[in-house]
Design a protein around this ligand. Sequence first.
Ligand SMILES: [Zn+2]
Length: 157
Amino acid sequence: MYVLDASAFINLSELFEGEFLTTPEVVKELKDPKSKALLEAKDVKVVGPKKEFIDVIKEKAGKTGDILSEADVSVLALALEKRATLVTDDYSIQNLCDELGIPFKRASERGIKKKFIRRKCCPNCGKFFEGEKCPLCGAKLVPKVVRVEDLRGPDRA
Ligand SMILES: [Zn+2]
């Protein structure tokens, strides 16, 4: 079973074999004729995730510092709830999949898996520290992306 996000509808030229789900939030984002045709042609089921799973995703996204839209949260929650594979080319979503142990599949073969390297940062002082609180002002430290790594690594013959 697969959950499709908006990037999957945009980048997939055709659907492979399987059962497909998406969320009402994603359907709202589909504006181009190709995406709409894909939605209708393959009988993609439109399902809203349960609130408890949405809450899990929102909490995790807050911790990792990933900025997610309502549609992003909805597909992650649905994939988690249905134990489905998420089809997406969105790096933030792939990153959350890694964090949550949700299997994912890229829609576009050109996609390269990225790993987001984060460090804890004070939102007031803008400096990086270890631990939970800023030793200078006492504010709660928040994760900040400092580097993006290509997980594919150098090509080997
Ligand atoms: Zn501070």
